[in-house]
Each structure stands twice: as C-alpha cells, then as structure tokens.
Design a protein around this ligand. Structure first.
Ligand code: SF4
Ligand code: SF4
Length: 496
C-alpha cells in the first residue's frame, strides 16, 4: 500500500526564531511536493487523493490540528454524540421518541407514530428533506459533512483520537505502519483494534436502536443467538460494517460511497460557501525567506494545510470532491499566518465569488431567499406533522332510511385507521343532535395499534326533530373521553 504523509514539523523552519536553515526547509518542501506528486500533470483532476496511480488505497496520516474551528467542532461533536446516544432512550407515553423502522414500514417521529397510511405526510417529508438538502447545499456547501455527519464526527472525534492516543502523532503512526511486527507493534495494534471492535459493537447497536428500538435491540444482544437469529446476524453485520468503516475504509465513505459527496458538482456553484483557499491573496506562493519577491503572495507553500487534511487533498487546487469541509486546513493555515505575521483567513469559509471580489463571507440576498424557503418548508411540514390526527375516520352512508316508531334511522359504513400505539375503544356522538342515538353493530368498536377497522353504525333521530330531507350531522369520534376526530355527514329523512 502506498503511504503518503507530510509529517515534518515545518514550524521550526521559519526564519522567525529558527533552528534549521532555509536550505533545509527548501529541501524538505521539495520532498513534500515530490511525495504529494504535484509534479504530475494535474494529478488532482485525474484521480481522487485516497487512491494511488495503480488504484490502491492510499493510507492517510493527517496531523492532529489545533485551532479555533477544531475546538468548536469538538464541543459541537460532544453535543451531537450526547443527542445521538440519548435519543433512543427517550420515551413518550412508553414509546420511542424516534424510531425509523424501515423493515416494518413504521416510523415514530417526536413520539408520533406514522403508519403506511400516512403516505402523504411521508412523501411530503421526503420531498421537503430532498429540497432542504439541495437548497442547503447550494448555499452552505458541505457544512453538514464537516460538522454534523456521523461519519465525520465518529471518525475524527472518536476513532482518530484513539489512534493518536495509541499510535502517537502522524509521524509515529507512519513509522509504526512501516515497522516490522515487533511485540510493541502487536500490542498497539491489538489494543487499538480491540477498542475499535468494542466501539463498533456499541455504534452498530446504536444504529439498530434507531431501527427496531432499544428494547428489541437489548433483547437481541442479551438472548441466545438461536432465539433471534435474524437480529443476531443484524447485530454482527452492523458491528462488522462499522469496524471495517472506521478501522480501514474511513475517508473513502465520503469520497467513493456517499452519494451526497458525489452530487456536490451538481449542487455547488460560484456563490456556494465552501472551505476555500484565497488564491488572489496567496499566489504566487513563495517559500519563507528573509527577502521575499515583491509580488509574493501570502502562501509560504508550507503544506501545513495538506498535512492536516483527513482526505489528503491540497485545498489550494480549488474545491474538490474529496473536501468534506472539516475546517482542519483553516486552523492549520491560520496558525501559519500567525507565525509569519499575516492576517488569518488565507483559507476560510468563502464562495468563489467572495474570493474573486476579495470579500469575506456575508449572507447575500440569494442565501437569505433560499434560507427563507427552507424555513417555510420546515414550518409547513411541522404544521402537517403536529396537526395530524391520531385516527382517520370515514363514514359512508348506506342508501335510504328506516322508520321505526317515530324515529328515523340511517346506516353508515365506517372505516377507522388507528395511527397510535394504543388500543382505542371508539364511540360516536352527534354534536348538533344530542338526542340522536348511535348504535355500533356488535356493540363495540375497538381499533388495535396501527389497525384499520370497518364497522356498521346506525344513527337514529326522532322524526320530529328533522326539519329537512337532508340534514348535516356533526359527528364527534371519542375514545376514552378524548375527542379524536370530527366529521360532517348527511342524514337522510322523509321529504316533508
Ligand atoms: S495555504 Fe497556508 S497552510 Fe497551506 S501551504 Fe499556504 S501558507 Fe501553508
Ligand atoms: S481541504 Fe480542508 S476542509 Fe477540506 S477535507 Fe481537507 S482539511 Fe478538511
């Protein structure tokens, strides 16, 4: 496997308080350039960074970054991890707060159950979600990938940190990889992959809880495998995939597998905000020396931004498919700018247009307009979700009417969908005719959780109370003294 890393500590090489000579620094940078293969014509256009000329995976050894963005991302990731691990344990009325059971086509969102019957809301949610992703990406680029994607959060904030802790910094990691199998290497590998396996089991099961709920997941992992063979295989599968992903596959999920990453070319335009190198300010790049050319740009060609990149790209080549907007290169470059007494922000959040016009990121009218559309979409969807009734009732009248003594009766075919997680005994009341009597065929109508029920209902009203041939009845559907739904139906009587 080809190994590419840029591991030297270039900070000692600057002419400011320096321990090495400029010649040494120049040689070092030349080596880096050679390693990075920048001499080959536009290599970044011809293949992705994690694959070498022969098509083999290139292992990344990104340097641990320090800086403002990394600090913010750490805190943000801690918050996300708390939410991610906490949500499956939140219950509303004894049911999960969030469960996306694609196997049984049953979804619980904010404690509300959505059955296949809620197809319309489901489709609207999907459309809103897709529109949201498209609009969000058009404005803010891959902000989600860098800050909130579980792949980035787990990789950079959990698994990578364990790697730094056990294998050391990027230089030590590289040395260890190239070293023969000694007792020390075996011990480190066993410890790292042992921890990875335990974490993969935990993370794999966490994702299971989002699909089948915490109780069922717990039952599967605590029962003998023969009792839940499918569940057991699922647990093994999730654990295996998670381990393979974070121990080996890593950034390739973003660069090769993730469809969102591959769609960036379609979504992004010159006004999208991305992590960008200010080529106007940075070029022509020139190594740091006592007397720099007059027209030298601010980039000192130190490769610090490349050293920290978890996908191994050089952001100075422009926006690339592999960039997950993790901000590591911003922090790395800001640190260099500090050292060479230049303003920070040579690499920053900016659009191509901002850079062309020499501006910093500001919300433009287009961003505001798109953000407003996003907000409206979210509000519409929230209103639909929160106003969704727990049951869906339809009453279709059977032809004609009956006269018994001095009462007129009509029959109705009733269809009920119970969208809740509980059994609902149903009764009907006629709000505008309190004297009306409602009789359910078989006396009782009980709809089980998620069940669809049919029934015949007879409504009887004293003839003297009917003023017209066709009377509108306001029907209320009650369950255990809770008003569940209201509907208006026609009641037919004799012509007066
Ligand atoms: S952009 Fe910044 S970090 Fe990258 S090579 Fe230039 S000066 Fe160094
Ligand atoms: S180029 Fe910068 S923002 Fe993009 S992945 Fe690399 S380090 Fe992260």
């Amino acid at each position: 496997m080809t190994v590419v890393t840029f591991h030297s500590d270039f900070s000692h090489c600057f002419p400011l308080g320096i321990s090495r000579t400029f010649v040494a620094y120049k040689n070092l940078m030349a080596k880096k350039r050679e390693e990075y293969d920048v001499k080959s014509a536009d290599h970044f256009r011809n293949r992705i960074s994690s694959v070498d000329k022969t098509g083999k995976h290139v292992w990344m050894f990104p340097k641990l970054v320090k800086g403002k963005f990394y600090k913010y991302r750490t805190w943000f990731s801690i918050g996300l991890l708390v939410v991610l691990f906490g949500v499956p344990f939140i219950e509303v009325d004894g049911h999960p707060f969030l469960m996306l059971n694609v196997i049984d086509r049953q979804f619980i969102i904010f404690g509300m159950v959505f059955w296949p019957d809620d197809f319309l809301i489901f489709m609207l949610s999907i459309v809103t979600f897709i529109l949201f992703i498209v609009l969000f990406t058009v404005i803010y680029g891959r902000l989600f990938c860098g800050w909130a994607c579980p792949q980035t959060v787990f990789m950079e904030m959990v698994f990578r940190r364990i790697e730094y802790w056990i294998d050391g910094n990027s230089v030590q990691q590289r040395k260890l990889k190239e070293a023969p199998w000694t007792g020390e290497k075996i011990r480190k590998r066993a410890l790292k992959y042992g921890i990875y396996l335990v974490l993969a089991f935990v993370v794999g099961n966490l994702f299971m809880t989002y699909i089948i709920g915490k109780n069922q997941t717990f039952e599967i992992i605590t029962s003998p495998p023969t009792e839940h063979l499918t569940g057991f295989l699922l647990v093994l599968g999730f654990t295996g995939i998670t381990f393979f992903n974070f121990a080996y596959f890593r950034e390739q999920v973003c660069t090769v597998v993730c469809p969102y990453g591959r769609l960036q070319g379609v979504f992004l335009d010159s006004k999208s905000v991305v992590v960008a190198y200010d080529n106007k300010r940075g070029e022509p790049r020139e190594l740091p020396k006592k007397i720099r050319s007059e027209n030298a740009g601010d980039c000192i060609d130190c490769f610090a931004c490349v050293d920290v990149c978890p996908t191994g790209i050089d952001i100075r080549n422009g926006t690339q498919l592999e960039c997950v907007n993790c901000t590591a290169c911003i922090d790395a470059c800001d640190e260099i700018m500090d050292k060479v007494n230049k303003p920070k922000g040579l690499i920053r959040y900016a659009s191509e247009t901002d850079i062309e016009q020499g501006k910093s990121f500001k919300l433009n009218p287009r961003s505001i307009a798109y953000s407003s559309v996003l907000l409206v979409l979210l509000i519409v969807l929230s209103v639909l979700i929160f106003n969704r009734s727990d049951i869906k009732v339809s009453m279709v009248k059977v032809q004609g009417f009956d006269r018994v003594d001095r009462n007129i009766s009509n029959l109705y075919n009733v269809n009920i969908s119970n969208k809740t997680y509980s059994k609902l005994p149903i009764e009907f009341r006629i709000a505008n005719y309190p004297t009306a009597e409602v009789e359910i065929a078989g006396n009782k109508l009980i709809a089980g959780k998620g069940e669809k029920k049919e029934a015949i209902v007879k409504i009887e009203i004293p003839e003297a109370e009917l003023k017209e041939r066709k009377t509108k009845l306001k029907v209320e559907v009650w369950s255990q003294e809770k008003l569940m739904d209201k509907l208006t139906i026609n009641f037919i009587g004799p012509s007066n």
